[in-house]
Design a protein around this ligand. Structure first.
Ligand SMILES: Nc1nc2c(ncn2[C@@H]2O[C@H](COP(=O)(O)OP(=O)(O)OP(=O)(O)O)[C@@H](O)[C@H]2O)c(=O)[nH]1
Ligand SMILES: [Mg+2]
Length: 287
């Protein structure tokens, strides 16, 4: 009988949650970058094999909240947890001692997942595994980047899938709207191209996404920054930097959609957008 269930991937920024989702789906769905807090909203990805359908949520890495954007992200994490049957607590070698404060109900199963095992020795891995086993019944050691032991993780999750019906058609990989992925890939490009500060100050709004018969889709994206200086950095000398954002994100968007698009990107200074309810709502609506 087919089994199914919902699984949240929870953890500190940069522990590899989005890398894990992409690896499990064998599809680039979620933005990945070496910088912390790349993911801003939960991303749903649907895994399917002969025995099961697993709906994964990749969530934003959680930190202390400093503004309304952070609070909305935390709310998003909690929403994902609430609707999940299994919670993967993703650790790396730096933060495995940490105890997360999320409350689970008694029919929700936690699984501790140590990621990035390719970066540590076997002895270190064993030591961390023992430490995690004191707090968790289920501990799995993986490398999301190298796709090592993901089958073991899936096996472990399958023990706890509670439902015996399928929630989604077999060939679907996500239910998120295409708009969402446009924003996601533009953000990935912004994280790739700029230094430490600017990516965190940049908000992304997909202003327009129109499909055109016999022509390329038209997509207009607005990048919000907090200060004029950031606008200057985003645009770059003679517009070179923003052009690069366009080139890279268009490539990812086209790969995802499987068709060509016409992408225009604008930059606007919007002081305090991270605390602006109307703008945050617009960002969340595209999700
Ligand atoms: N060596 C190694 N690096 C990894 C592994 N998994 C992820 N990474 C790297 O860790 C960095 C962060 O990965 P992400 O997947 O963006 O991490 P995240 O947890 O989604 O981060 P946020 O969205 O910011 O919370 C990237 O540079 C990844 O390539 C792994 O198994 N081994
Ligand atoms: Mg992420």
């Amino acid at each position: 009988m087919m089994k199914s269930g919902y699984v949240s991937i929870i953890g500190r920024p940069n522990t590899g949650k989005s890398t894990l989702l992409n690896a499990l789906l064998d599809f680039k769905l979620s933005a990945v970058s070496p910088k912390a807090q790349t993911t801003r909203a939960s991303i749903q990805g649907i895994y399917m094999d002969d025995e099961s359908q697993i709906i994964f949520y990749d969530t934003p890495g959680f930190l202390k909240t400093k503004n309304m954007l952070d609070e909305w992200m935390l709310r998003d994490i909690n929403e994902s947890i609430k609707s999940s049957d299994v919670i993967l607590f993703l650790y790396d070698m730096k933060n495995y001692k940490e105890i997360f404060e999320f409350q689970l109900s008694k029919n929700q199963r936690p699984i501790a997942v140590l990621n990035k095992t390719d970066r540590i020795s076997e002895e270190e891995a064993k030591m961390i595994e023992r430490a995690l086993k004191e707090r968790f019944d289920d501990v799995v050691l993986i490398s999301a980047l190298n796709k090592v032991k993901l089958d073991k993780l899936i096996e472990n999750i399958k023990k706890y899938l509670p439902h015996d019906n399928l929630f989604y058609p077999e060939d679907i990989i996500t239910e998120k709207p295409e708009r969402f992925f446009v924003a996601e890939f533009v953000r990935q490009a912004v994280f790739e191209i700029y230094g430490e500060e600017v990516p965190y100050s940049t908000g992304i709004i997909v202003d327009e996404f129109t499909e055109k018969a016999n022509r390329k889709d038209y997509i207009r994206v607005k990048l919000l920054v907090e200060r004029d200086s950031q606008k200057g950095i985003l645009i770059g000398e003679r517009g070179a930097a923003i052009k690069e954002v366009g080139v890279r994100s268009r490539k990812m968007i086209e790969e995802f959609l499987g068709r060509n698009v016409f992408l225009e990107i604008f930059v606007k200074v919007e002081k305090g957008w991270k605390d602006n309810k109307g703008l945050l709502r617009r960002m969340w609506e595209q999700m």
